[in-house]
Design a protein. Structure first.
Length: 196
């Protein structure tokens, strides 16, 4: 059940549904009375938050159905067959810690670049796709390997409201990169695996 965290769940669902009204949510029980909520953003980014709760097994539900059943504490009808792709199996290692304000600046620069490029003979969708694939930051791991953080992760972090302040951990786990803010984490999909 998620009744103790209804408001946090509603915020997560509201942000996910603004990006995709048909968003699926996968719920996964974690240790110590915590439930993880996962969704796939429409620009190929996994977003997750953790709330107090109890769950015996993973289930996938429609975001609208979950929102409708929050008040009575019941679970909506599972649609597990609709979820495709694997979730990260852990939090991985922290590569670097960066102030959330730096990500806000990157988001503002991206919006400005998109607005400045409009009307130059290239469609909005192509502009957005190109921008999302742009390398916004590079960090180095202890073994001096370079990790490219694409703008899609930054936009996911900002659009989900995961880093309104504080610090953001850049994480690496089994080939995935993630950005962990105070309210949640966004991850890129694993290499060679289609999410949906």
């Amino acid at each position: 059940m998620l009744t103790a965290a209804t408001n946090d769940v509603r915020v997560f669902l509201g942000r996910a549904r603004r990006l995709d009204p048909q968003a699926l949510v996968r719920l996964r029980g974690a240790a110590d009375g915590v439930v993880e909520l996962w969704t796939v953003l429409p620009f190929d980014v996994l977003a997750a938050t953790r709330v107090p709760g109890d769950l015996d097994k993973d289930i996938t539900v429609r975001s609208g159905d979950l929102e409708d059943t929050l008040a009575d504490g019941s679970w909506p009808t599972p649609v597990d067959e609709l979820w495709r792709g694997a979730l990260p199996g852990g939090e991985g290692e922290v590569l670097e810690t960066i102030a959330a304000t730096e990500f806000a600046k990157l988001g503002e620069s991206a919006a400005s670049a998109l607005n400045g490029a409009r009307g130059r003979g290239v469609g909005d969708r192509r502009l957005r796709d190109t921008l999302l694939d742009h390398v916004a930051l590079q960090v180095l791991s202890e073994d001096r390997r370079r990790h490219d953080i694409r703008l899609r992760l930054v936009i996911g972090l900002l659009r989900m409201g995961f880093a309104p302040g504080g610090m953001v951990n850049v994480r690496s786990h089994l080939g995935r990169l993630g950005l962990q803010g105070v309210h949640g984490t966004v991850w890129n999909p694993s290499a060679g695996l289609s999410i949906l």
